[in-house]
Design a protein around this ligand. Sequence first.
Ligand SMILES: NC(=O)c1ccc[n+]([C@@H]2O[C@H](COP(=O)([O-])OP(=O)(O)OC[C@H]3O[C@@H](n4cnc5c(N)ncnc54)[C@H](O)[C@@H]3O)[C@@H](O)[C@H]2O)c1
Ligand SMILES: [Zn+2]
Length: 379
Amino acid sequence: MKNILITGGAGFIGSNLAIKLLTRGYNVTILDNLSEQIHGKDPKTTSPLYNNIKNSGAAFVKGSVTDRKTLEQVIEHQDCIVHLAAETGTGQSMYEIERYCQTNIMGTALLADVLTNKKHNVEKVVVASSRAIYGEGKYFCKHCGDVYPSAREDKAMHEGDFECKCPVCSSDVELVATDENSLIHPTSVYGINKQNQEQMIMLLGNTLGISSTALRYQNVYGPTQSLSNPYTGILSVFSTQIRNEHPLNIFEDGNESRDFVFIDDVTDATILAIEKKQSTGEIFNIGTGISTSVNDVAKELIANYGINVPMKISGNYRLGDIRHNFADISKADKLLDYKPKISFAEGIKRFTSWVKTQDVTEDKYQSSIDEMKSKGLYK
Ligand SMILES: NC(=O)c1ccc[n+]([C@@H]2O[C@H](COP(=O)([O-])OP(=O)(O)OC[C@H]3O[C@@H](n4cnc5c(N)ncnc54)[C@H](O)[C@@H]3O)[C@@H](O)[C@H]2O)c1
Ligand SMILES: [Zn+2]
């Protein structure tokens, strides 16, 4: 395998992956429509991500995964496809439903269609799935065993009760790691899209004899992630607020948590999935296996920037947000020998050092909140 196509390859994960694959001697082609939300109005001047790959040696095709002609042309001579192109804002997916399904579902359907109906040499497809497909992760109830709480109720959250309860007996539950066999019950349109993408690609692998792999990434962060897109990633949002010396608006009570995985660990995992035969037909969680609370994220960022803004624990919440989720990564460890190397403290140090080299971007977060408020999705 020599020729690799990365759809969405100008994005955060794709651009870092492209650069790493080039150093390993692959020929890399990137298909990306340079979506304005990620890359700004004029990518040559407004997108650091695009500039990173522009002179990297990767072939670049500007176009959409929803365009048949472009996709047919770009697939020719490829041995492997890493399908990353997507609309990725979980909150935004709740009110831009058609746009999300168009790119995420129809783009993947077109890819599957072209691979089924056109002659090609593709042997391997890796699709980016997400922890979002699990919705609220796995919990343990001392009466009922393993349980999967559904979306929390508006009324309980309004009263400041944010923890999940057992869906069977309503007792308190203990958070445990979510493994790949955990219940899939997404709480966002984005999560539904990711589930659909993953299922389509895995099914295709079976019927066409293409080696397919789905990677359920947890919350990916690191240098080069977009600092201006207010729809993704609390690390970017908080960084922009801190650098603008605005107080941090901490949702819920700040004890909600996620599994934050550093970009280099994610690109390494993706390369393992491309190169190792053991990945064929398999689905893997890619995270660190460690959960970090939003309060701890905020404290770590404030300490690293050395700008002491107040942390305002607002009790605000977004309907559809999950409380906790962290990955059981033992399958990826066992089959792919995937071992995340960068601790959260080290990753934040590297991330904030990079942010400090970037211009302070305008804090657009409030307008994204106002947008959600107007749709009744933010309380
Ligand atoms: N970053 C994370 O924390 C995370 C977590 C789980 C899953 N993922 C998945 O990983 C993949 C990459 O995520 P990312 O963080 O690099 O996102 P990103 O937004 O930085 O990159 C996505 C890229 O896709 C491009 N794109 C959007 N619509 C397109 C279309 N119609 N045709 C071609 N290109 C299009 C965008 O221009 C962008 O460059 C996505 O599929 C995402 O759902 C990311
Ligand atoms: Zn119970």
